[in-house]
Design a protein around this ligand. Structure first.
Ligand SMILES: [Zn+2]
Length: 384
């Protein structure tokens, strides 16, 4: 958590001094696990990362960085970054997103195939249908960890607006919760894991976005259609990452979704995903969103990433930090690997309560939800 404290101490100082851009990069090389400019998380407990990235080398090329121009020249050339807005002035309903998050958590644990998951599916289908979506259910089965024969039922939910449109934007988030809090000490792993930040927060934002879609996608506004997809089986796992059994892994739902998408030609399918956005761990207090490294490394995804981080900059949302973070194994990898769907991952894995029973609604913030929702909604509105 030190990283965040440092940032918030330095940001106001930077603003006071008038050095707006350098204030965006107060902690070059402080990606989790780094210190020498390299991030190596692949052997850590939280090992959702598989590769090493040279953070300082790439971040130097972003957004210009500190330059040798005089202060006056910078002021002329670069538009001022707006001040951060308080919750009530952000035109995206973060309070409502937080309320949805709270309602989801009140259903209890919601791992794949569980009763809680079924309740959640009914709730989400009701909500998104009321927002004008056409619903598709994509059922699949995946292996129970460690079992050669036993299977678990998974279900991706696909909600579509303007289904006739051939160019489509994908918004997705996993909606299953970890079956047990694997990051807690063993004697506490019988406590319920309700996944407020992981990932009711992402779902809550998409539920609010859905209410705006009929207006955003009006005839004269855009040529795009939108699909919001709830991905199942992102984390049907019972052990920490270092002790996984055969077939105990992340992202079965996104792999299946990608495979189905790629199994048909664009002509037969009738549409193509031009761009996608994945929300995962985005509503915690003091959220900080660095550019996830796989999304940056992939040229198609990097373009989407730049658009979104530039949107944040224009809106004055400083929680989107224009610096490269770590590689994170998440649904976007599988969507690209199996479906070649370019999806940017918006994620802050530096979360104190990650995979513990303490991942509860009080750890999440309506303001963070408002900021992230505002940025992605504004990006969609301006998508060329
Ligand atoms: Zn998780």
């Amino acid at each position: 958590m030190k990283k965040k404290l440092l940032c918030f101490i330095l940001l106001p100082l930077g603003l006071l001094a008038g050095f707006l851009l350098p204030a965006f990069m107060p902690f070059s090389g402080t990606a989790p696990g780094s210190g020498n400019g390299f991030s190596t998380w692949s052997t850590s407990e939280n090992s959702r990362e598989a590769e090493t990235v040279r953070t300082d080398a790439v971040s130097g090329s972003l957004e210009g960085g500190p330059s040798e121009e005089s202060k006056e020249e910078r002021e002329v050339e670069k538009p001022a970054i707006p001040a951060e807005r308080p919750l009530e002035e952000i035109p995206f309903d973060g309070q409502l997103a937080h309320q949805y998050l709270t309602e989801l958590c009140a259903m209890g644990p919601r791992p794949s195939g569980s009763e809680g998951m079924k309740k959640q599916q009914e709730y989400l289908i009701r909500h998104f249908t009321q927002c004008g979506a056409e619903v598709q259910k994509q059922a699949f089965r995946f292996p129970y960890p460690g079992s050669p024969t036993q299977k678990v039922d998974g279900l991706n939910l696909i909600f579509r607006w303007r289904p006739e449109r051939k160019e489509r934007i994908l918004f997705c988030a996993h909606y299953d919760t970890l079956p047990i809090p694997t990051a807690d000490p063993i004697h506490m792993q019988n406590l319920p894991f309700v996944g407020a930040e992981d990932n009711a927060g992402g779902i809550g934002i998409l539920m609010v976005l859905a209410k705006e879609l009929p207006e955003i996608l009006a005839e004269e506004q855009t040529r795009y259609g939108v699909d919001i997809v709830m991905l199942d089986a992102e984390e049907f796992m019972f052990r920490p990452s270092r002790q996984l059994l055969p077939n105990e892994r992340f992202c079965w739902g996104s792999e299946y979704f990608g495979r189905v998408y790629a199994s048909q030609s664009p002509a037969k399918r009738g549409f193509t995903y031009t761009a996608g956005v994945l929300l995962d761990l985005v509503t915690q207090h003091d959220v900080l969103l660095m550019k996830e490294a796989f999304s940056f490394k992939n040229q198609r995804i990097r373009m989407i990433q730049s658009e979104i981080w530039n949107t944040a900059k224009q809106l004055g949302v400083r929680e989107f930090v224009p610096q490269i973070g770590t590689f994170i194994t998440d649904d976007h990898l599988y969507l690209y690997e199996f479906g070649k769907i370019p999806v940017v991952d918006i994620i802050d894995l530096d979360y104190e309560f990650w995979h513990t029973h303490e991942d509860t609604p009080d750890k999440c913030s309506p303001l963070s939800a408002a900021r992230v929702g505002w940025v992605v909604s504004e990006w969609l509105r301006n998508k060329k």
